[in-house]
Design a binder for this molecule. Sequence first.
Ligand code: COA
Length: 160
Amino acid sequence: MKIGVYPGTFDPITNGHLDVIRRALKIFDELIVAVAILSYKKTPIFSIEERLNLIKETTKEIENLKVEAFDGLLVKFVKQKGAVAIVRGLRAVSDYEFELQLAHANRRLYRDVETVFLMPSEEFSFLSSSLVKEIAYFGGSVKSLVPPIVEKALKQKFQR
Ligand code: COA
């Protein structure tokens, strides 16, 4: 059984992430969405429980998918789960340099792990969680960018 791990901060999950999840499930028998509890670089606005719930609710109809939190090094989690690959989305050339760095670093830490890059649909190529948060913060509509439950959660978060 081939298990893939799709890691991220998911603060919050967007339609772009969902697109990557669906594509990855065509390749792997099981996919684990691995939600980073703490990030070295980011301070999430949604708690880990909120981020997990939003993903679980959004993906409850999708088969062969698990949603779990992880702490510490990603490769440690990947090893623990017996996964064969890390899945990352490549939206544009600008993602490439950082992703390459991350993939090599992960390989250095765990030589048996592969990184698989998937291209989300071009309609989501501009999308990021930060962009979605900024639009929602200033009262814009994020309807076409995130699942309805995330739209609602963002509205609540930024209620003024
Ligand atoms: N659709 C929409 N948005 C997408 C996307 C897609 N298909 N693919 C990427 N993104 C966005 C994300 O929403 C995120 O947006 P944001 O910056 O506005 O929040 C951004 O692109 C990607 O952010 P990035 O920081 O690259 O990744 P991440 O937040 O998704 O997760 C971890 C990074 C958690 C995987 C990484 O930090 C990690 O592995 N941490 C654990 C510690 C570790 O092992 N470090 C690595 C040692 S080498």
